[in-house]
Design a protein around this ligand. Sequence first.
Ligand code: TRP
Length: 465
Amino acid sequence: MSLTELSARADKADLEIDQLKDLFSKISSATAAQKSAAGNEKELLQLQEENRILKEKLKSYENGEASPAKTSDESGQGEDEVNPWDVKASSEKGVDYEKLIIKFGSSAIDSILISRLESVIKRPAHHLIKRGIFFSHRDLALILDQVEKGNKFFLYTGRGPSSEAMHLGHLIPFMFTKWLQDVFDVPLVIQLTDDEKFLWKDLKMDECKRLGWENVKDIIALGFDINKTFIFADLTFMGQCPSFYQNIIKIQKCVTYNQVKGIFGFDDSSPIGKIGFPAVQAAPSFSSSFPFIFGDKTKVPCLIPCAIDQDPYFRMTRDVAPRLGYMKPALLHSSFFPALQGAQTKMSASDPNSSIFLTDTPKQIKTKINKYAFSGGQATVEEHKEKGGNCEIDISYQYLRFFLEDDEKLEKIRADYSSGELLSGFLKKELIDVLTPMVLQHQEKRKLVTDQLIQEFMTPRKLNF
Ligand code: TRP
């Protein structure tokens, strides 16, 4: 079966579950009506039988036993591992994202959807979308429908503050989110999960809070609009906003241990804090968690740009949303920013040589790229000229796809490197020339972020909405 067929099938299955749930609630009320009318007994029995079967089906879907989104890897080998804590690819080209779309049951961002997006925003799509770096979504079309009707939505993204210095990969979702905020002119909430890092890492509580504060500087430096952006850290916000906590509890009531066990791989020795945490990341998807922004509007649609490893949290969120009378959040998923050493893993903040940090000096940037950036070139110049370089695995080229905005220039580099005309050294130099001014500019902007400005961003308050 082809990829599109499979993907369509997964979509259809999603729809069918929704229809089943719908039908189930209709039949429940129909049954009640029938009972009170004490009318046609045969029909009543039939309805009850249908009701029973539907309930069973629903139950098995909810327990994840018959999840329509799960497909097994047909080859039985080379399975990539992608979850919020671990990303491992079996091929040097990195994670097989087409397979991931099927496995997760999301939808590909295809050229039709991109054209629709462009016609709604009346400008070209961001290069991260056009180049397939944001490659998958859930319900983006529904958000566009709302925009066309003149209705507002809000953006939600976040960061787990586990290290002081952020690296290039951490910037991607935020840069993209800033673009979304600008083109749609909508409010944005940014969650810092200092509680998550306290639970998962060997860090003191105060250290988690401090790391969050440091990371906010990098986030604010990207230029988010203070009139439309609220940033919060869980360990503090939980005590400031009863509605946030109440939503967390509502979510926790709906999700069983059995369900999160399947989604997140918890087991009997997992601390209960971890088991309860997914509800904390889910809650900001609902506008009712922020009454100071949205007033009593509990159904403002939400769009979440994130790396695809965060999807498990939001699959769970989408599952509980209708049961709480809330909207399912829509999602835009990005692929991972590869490590300098190659696309097999995501960059790791704990290995300083696996990535370019926002605190690196021009000299460090140059050395790291020259020394570590995995090359898709051939072993000798002669061989390279004859066979050409492989852009798919060349990290300098891959990084340029993320950060070199000029489409024509990028395409020329691709063509000339693939034909063997350009050598690896040229790509590395090109990348150094793009990244050095970018990182330096970021450092300048970060210096301008004062504690007072951070405080303002993090104060619960009305936004322009
Ligand atoms: N768990 C994420 C991380 O470790 C942080 C996060 C919280 C997040 N809420 C989010 C990321 C929403 C994307 C979207 O980085």
